[in-house]
Design a protein. Structure first.
Length: 375
């Protein structure tokens, strides 16, 4: 009897229009739009040469040599424009240059604001002052070693090697695809909602038939939940496969764990929908509206519509990201991609497991308490 009901539930879910639209077609459409919008932004991001105005107060041969090195090459750090002080200030005010270099016995920097560009300029000028001091001291004390000193200074930066922060994909825009997978998972609440509704005699004809049959409600609920989780797992595997192999989204990390985590996330969506459907006696349409509204709000708070909202919540209300199931799902993908150890990933998986258990237990308790005077 259990296997018969399980097969029936799987067929019922797979034939539902809402399942085809929300869990199959919608990820394809939205994922394709994300790929078109964000696919090449990270690869095309480059360092822009910083324009600066140079006001010469007196000759400084040492700095002139360093400025030449900074303004030449395939990707120079600076673009120097020699101007009078009045013109330079006007250009700085209009935003044509990011800073003014006053070149005399020492080099002084003037900027009009605070930001990353101004910080880079301050670092460059500070490093140039140090180099200039070393070179002048060497010229005064031991001119014969000047060439060796200049060679050491020029190779100092080369002594630093680039070490990647992570072995995963550092593209910040991949978070939108994490949240897309999380949205598909949480939209599984529709299938979980049907499990609850189809076991309530006052909500559907199928529910009335099931309550009149000799099959225990526990078997109907168990078969419905397992069947919905299997169907939702299929949609999650389809979604991840389409994003990874068709759209070529680099998720980094362990692909097998990504699939398993996605399936578990789909079960979380089913459990949440089952809980919502079991609470109260509202009509089916009302419960669907409630479930979808909650899902979209949670997706928004996780960063699906606005990428930096999670950072804002982390600053203003840190608890929001910790209790939001959609944020937990997307964070699990992020941890799997970025971190080499699985400690943070397993913490997020544990959070999903706790939600699944809580929603399922509460849903069963509410469903088993429903009694009918007549059917």
């Amino acid at each position: 009897m259990f296997l018969h009901n399980l097969k029936y539930e799987i067929k019922l879910v797979l034939r539902a229009k809402s399942f085809i639209i929300w869990l199959m077609l919608f990820p394809i459409i939205l994922g394709t739009l994300f790929k078109v919008a964000f696919g090449s932004i990270y690869q095309n991001e480059t360092f822009d040469t910083i324009p600066v105005a140079v006001v010469k107060i007196s000759e400084n041969e040492v700095f002139d040599e360093m400025l030449t090195a900074l303004t030449t090459g395939e990707q120079p750090a600076l673009k120097a424009i020699s101007e009078e002080e009045a013109k330079a200030k006007e250009m700085l005010f209009d935003g044509d240059v990011k800073g003014i270099l006053y070149v005399g016995k020492t080099v002084e920097l003037s900027v009009s604001g605070r930001g990353m560009t101004q910080t880079i300029l301050q670092e460059i000028v500070g490093r140039c002052r140090v180099y200039e001091t070393v070179i002048r001291d060497t010229m005064a004390t031991d001119p014969s070693s000047l060439e060796a000193v200049i060679k050491e200074l020029s190779t100092e930066v080369d002594a630093c090697r680039e070490v990647p922060v992570t072995q995963g994909n550092p593209d910040v825009y991949v978070q939108y695809f994490y949240n897309l997978i999380a949205m598909v998972a949480i939209c599984g609440c529709n299938t979980g909602l049907h499990v609850s509704i189809d076991n309530q005699a006052n909500q559907s004809v199928v529910g009335a038939r099931k309550n009149c049959s000799g099959t225990p409600k526990s078997i109907n609920l168990t078969a419905g939940l397992i069947g919905s989780c299997i169907s939702q797992g299929v949609s999650m595997i389809f979604c991840v496969t389409f994003l990874r192999f068709v759209l070529q989204v680099n998720f980094g990390g362990n692909l097998l764990l990504l699939y398993l985590c996605s399936v578990m996330a789909g079960c979380l969506g089913v459990a949440m929908g089952f809980f919502i459907g079991s609470v109260g006696r509202a009509r089916f349409e009302v419960k669907v509206a409630i479930a979808m509204s909650i899902s979209m709000v949670l997706c928004f708070m996780s960063g699906l519509m606005m990428g930096n909202i999670k950072g804002i919540l982390a600053e203003k209300a840190p608890w929001a990201n910790r209790v939001n199931p959609v944020a937990i799902i997307s964070d699990s993908f992020y941890c799997l991609n970025i971190y080499s150890d699985y400690r943070r990933f397993l913490t997020k998986v544990l959070g999903m497991g706790i939600y699944i258990v809580i929603f399922t237990i509460l849903g069963v308790l509410f469903a088993r308490r429903k009694k009918y005077a007549s059917i």
